[in-house]
Design a protein around this ligand. Structure first.
Ligand SMILES: C[S@@+](CC[C@H](N)C(=O)[O-])C[C@H]1O[C@@H](n2cnc3c(N)ncnc32)[C@H](O)[C@@H]1O
Length: 224
């Protein structure tokens, strides 16, 4: 005799029935797909910000400064005051080192993971009150308000950056270039060796040189 379903739809005995093996397999399939898909998505989200710099017009990848490089930067900040900005601040190590020396230190960085990590590091090292990290493109912000500008860039960006800083910076600014110097500016000083070399450029010097360059030379009348 066949069972008549009780109110609610299911025969009582169905509670003791095992799910058919097909359903079990489908559930496992869904779990595996979810785990694999989720993991791939997480890997994609984490790695993309590190890979995309290679696709930009100026490829500026994340290469952290060495401790000697940081020491050299700090040496060049000796006797300076005010603010420090690191253009492309990576994991925040230069910003944090400058903050520990008492500077109000700021980092601009495109990679969101590095920005969040820098904020966490600054908090852990007790300098969150005098550090700020912005997730912004260095080509789209002005650095005119800073008294010390640090850049650890790549050779192909140094010329456009030189032009940008030449027009933006005020007269009392010091620019510190790590590993790669600017192409036209004459450094006021340099320290370190090889990959740890840093050069300093005082804006008064490069602005004066630029004004002299633009002056009409004797014998060449202006307006002709
Ligand atoms: C060579 S690393 C230097 C990191 C850090 N300044 C240091 O010395 O440890 C350059 C950094 O610039 C970042 N970057 C690349 N393009 C950028 C852009 N357009 N605006 C802001 N940051 C950028 C990269 O993500 C990378 O972290």
């Amino acid at each position: 005799m066949s069972k008549v379903p009780e109110e609610g739809g299911c025969p009582k005995d169905n509670f003791h029935l095992k799910p058919p093996t097909g359903t079990k397999r489908r559930t496992w399939g869904l779990v595996v797909t979810g785990v694999v898909g989720g993991s791939l998505l997480a890997v994609y989200a984490v790695t993309t910000p590190f890979i995309t710099p290679a696709l930009r017009r100026v490829c500026l990848p994340f290469v952290p400064a060495t401790s000697t490089q940081i020491e050299n930067v700090l040496k060049m900040l000796h006797s300076r005051s005010g603010s420090v900005v690191d253009i492309g601040s990576g994991d925040g190590r230069i910003v944090i080192a400058a903050a520990k020396e008492g500077f109000q230190a700021v980092g601009f960085e495109l990679n969101p993971w590095l920005v969040w990590y820098s904020r966490y590091r600054a908090w852990r090292e007790g300098v969150h009150h005098n550090t700020s990290f912005f997730m912004l493109d260095l080509w789209k912000v002005s650095f005119s308000q800073y008294t010390n500008v640090v850049i650890f860039g790549v050779p192909q960006m140094m010329l456009p950056l030189e032009k940008k800083l030449q027009t933006e910076l005020q007269d009392n600014t010091r620019v510190i270039a790590c590993r790669f110097p600017f192409p036209h500016w004459i450094p006021n000083h340099s320290t370190g060796e090889g990959v740890d070399t840093v050069w300093i450029y005082d804006s008064q010097t490069f602005k004066k040189a630029n004004r002299e360059c633009l002056k009409p030379t004797k014998g060449h009348a202006v307006g002709h």
